[in-house]
Design a protein around this ligand. Structure first.
Ligand code: SAH
Length: 685
């Protein structure tokens, strides 16, 4: 069966109808899935195995048959662990059809078909009884349904249902319990992901300050979790205001309630500072005694055990609705509220206790609109003073009092900068997405008469939109909220082409050009997410590896994927290389842009893949990199732009250059199809 999927092409902006095979989404989902990462998570696997063995023994010691329910079996791994620990029978439930199929294959390959029944259903659809999916209720419940926030993948309703309908009272659960920990911190770097700081602009007629709308000050933001690799956050970037404390725990061996609830703890501030952020992570005890513990604690909270790198479980950053000063030794209450799928936090000072009942129960709703318009990284980018200064400097070189300026970027502050920096003429700006929300921002700065928002696609603009004036300065960051990969922001080039007839013949375009850069890297850990596993804890899971490989090869050319590399350390094995340039001063050419070449490997290491990013050339000497900022030492450690995701192209086979006696090189061919806006690439090692 074929389906047609409509989407706006992120680079060209054109509406496209793609004919997709029915299983297309499956391929995307499998190719980009976290299964490989989970299978590489040795610490998790070993502890699950220990916990499962212990649970089976406890049941056997009671003289009972061990009947296991494994909800979300994935590859079947945990069921196979149970079967080889002596379980009498396992029901392995998996809702995602391609995975359930893979589980059947893997279970068979490992010789467990008589002990494990794979059920391709959501657990809430599973029936129990003589004609049901399960003959009887299970007495061991095994699951791995957790995300970084613990409950975001629906663990609570799944457990609630399972205890009511699928398992016996007093069943053993692996894991037995989960505990959520919190720590109150002050961090300018992280707070910058949630609030817009005032921006100072030195204008000809004095200093101007761009201020956020007042609604933003107390805005609770959106309830979506900010999950990051907290181990990459240097301790100099935050100050702990409290010790690490337990916020709440869930016992999975007893009936679980998923209904909304709140938890409250008292904290004593260990330092004075601004309470802004709650850092949070969890651990799971695989057994009731708590001897088998798997923790997500970051480096400073877990100094004793070796850190296990994993990407499927990270740590959470929660933003308090507003920052509040706390003094050393001051007691405050922290409240965590949750619904079925998400958690949010509020803080109350002792003096505000009476109001505490009202605090926080409602899920946060963004009132300032900024949290709907900008994601965390975008907030960080807009708060990056150094970056803003570069735009200011560049704008100064191109604007004068006669400028008629058009800005094409999403939720951008460039229009405000341009206004303050001289373009006193009426200005016109287009913001394609969610423009109405943005008008609040202009109002807060009393600019609603100065900056006109045009809500139209660029190809539909008419001279009347510009009061019959021609645009003399066209500016962009460029940034578009639909961009996933670095080159998607080339949409600016297409928009620029579409508005050509409205531009003066000597129009200034800022940035004047962009370039695509590439570098070969060795990842410290990120390679695991796309690397085959083979044997996992003694079980052959190659069928899973094959399935991922098939999905990766589903499209003729493999695709690059976006990752914020400041969270994923790597070392450069080659020099960075400029591979393509895009001249925004001219329109998008009819012909495609292609390049071929080779890069020498300068350092020993494993070539896991190529990283690609864009650089924007704003003016003669002012360029902005969305990728590599610098190579910080002779070992090749890289500093990446912290606000952008870079494109990572994983090589299908890794070459290891242990000696550089014979200089090794990687050849590449990169092709930008100007019609489709797509970049295809091929690498040979
Ligand atoms: N148990 C495997 C895989 C864990 S990933 C392992 O530990 O390696 C979680 C899996 O659970 C996913 O494949 C997802 O599709 C599935 N899943 C989540 N909730 C489910 C539910 N309620 N019923 C059935 N499958 C579920």
């Amino acid at each position: 069966m074929k389906t047609f999927c409509g989407r706006a092409n992120p680079t060209t902006g054109a509406m496209e109808w793609l004919e997709e095979a029915e299983d297309y989404d499956y391929h995307q989902e499998i190719a980009r899935s976290r299964y490989a990462d989970m299978l590489h998570d040795k610490d998790r696997n070993v502890k699950y195995y220990q916990g499962i063995r212990a649970a089976v023994s406890r049941v056997k010691e009671r003289g009972e048959k061990a009947i296991v329910l494994d909800i979300g079996t994935g590859t079947g791994l945990l069921s196979m662990m149970a079967a080889s620990s002596g379980a009498d029978f396992c029901y392995a439930v998996e809702v995602f059809r391609p995975m359930a199929n893979a589980a059947v294959k893997i279970v068979e390959k490992n010789g467990f078909s008589d002990k494990i029944k794979v059920i391709n259903k959501h657990s809430t659809e599973v029936t129990v009884g003589p004609d049901g999916d399960m003959e009887c209720r299970a007495n061991i419940l095994v699951t791995e349904l957790f995300d970084t926030e613990l409950i975001g993948e629906g663990a609570l309703p799944t457990y609630e249902h399972a205890h009511k309908y699928l398992v016996q009272e007093g069943c053993e659960a692996v894991p037995h319990r989960a505990t959520v920990y919190v720590q109150l911190v002050e961090s300018k770097r992280m707070w910058a992901w949630n609030k817009l700081f005032p921006i100072h602009v030195e204008a000809e007629d004095g200093e101007k300050i761009i201020v956020p709308p007042s609604e933003m000050e107390n805005c609770p933001g959106v309830p979506s979790v900010c999950d990051i690799q907290l181990n990459q956050m240097p301790s100099s970037d935050f100050t702990a205001l409290s010790d690490v404390v337990t916020m709440f725990s869930v016992d999975f061996s007893k009936p679980v309630q998923s209904a909304s609830t709140c938890y409250r703890v008292q904290l004593e501030s260990v330092k004075s500072g601004k309470a802004q952020i709650v850092l949070s992570w969890w651990d799971i005890d695989m057994d009731p005694s708590g001897m088998i513990n798997c923790t997500m604690a970051p480096y400073w909270a877990n100094p004793t055990s070796a850190l296990q790198w994993r990407d499927h479980w990270m740590q959470c950053v929660y933003f308090l609705p507003k920052e509040e000063p706390v003094g050393q030794g001051e007691r405050v209450h922290l409240t965590a509220c949750r619904d079925e799928y998400s958690v949010w936090y509020t803080m109350q000072k002792a003096s505000e206790e009476e109001n505490e009942a009202a605090a926080g129960v409602e899920s946060p709703v963004c009132r300032c609109h900024a949290h709907l318009l900008w994601n965390r990284a975008r907030f960080g980018e807009l708060n990056d003073q150094e970056r803003t200064q570069q735009y200011i400097q560049a704008l100064r070189t191109v604007l004068n009092t006669d400028s008629v300026c058009l800005c094409i970027s999403d939720g951008s502050l460039l229009p405000v900068l341009a206004h303050y920096l001289g373009a006193k003429q009426v200005q016109y700006f287009i913001l394609f997405f969610r423009c109405l929300h943005f008008s609040l921002f202009f109002k807060a700065n009393h600019l609603e008469d100065k900056i006109k928002i045009i809500e139209a696609r660029p190809e539909l603009l008419k001279p009347s939109h510009f009061e019959d004036k021609k645009i003399s300065v066209l500016v962009a960051e460029p940034f578009f909220s639909t961009s996933l990969l670095p080159w998607h922001n080339l949409y600016f080039w297409y928009a620029r082409t579409a508005v050509s007839s409205h531009l003066t013949s000597n129009v200034t375009v800022l940035p004047q050009s962009a370039s695509l850069h590439m570098m070969i890297v060795e990842f410290q850990d990120l390679w695991r997410i796309r690397s085959p596993c083979g044997i996992c804890e003694g079980f052959d899971v190659q069928a899973m590896d094959d399935m991922i490989k098939d999905s990766l090869n589903f499209r003729e050319s493999k695709e690059a994927e976006p990752h914020p590399l400041w969270e994923y350390p790597c070392k450069s094995l080659s020099d960075p290389q400029e591979v393509l340039t895009f001249d925004f001063r001219t329109t998008v050419p009819q012909h495609c842009l292609s390049t071929e070449g080779s890069v020498n490997l300068l350092r020993k290491g494993k070539s896991h893949g190529a990283v690609l990013w864009m650089e924007y050339h704003l003016a003669a000497d002012i360029s902005i990199s969305t990728g590599l900022m610098r190579i910080s030492n002779e070992k090749g450690s890289c500093d990446w732009n912290r606000h952008c995701k870079q494109a990572v192209y994983f090589f299908s086979s890794v070459i290891e250059s242990e000696t550089l006696a014979a200089p090794a090189a990687v050849t590449y061919a990169i092709h930008f199809d100007t019609k489709t806006g797509e970049i295809a690439m091929d690498f040979k090692l």
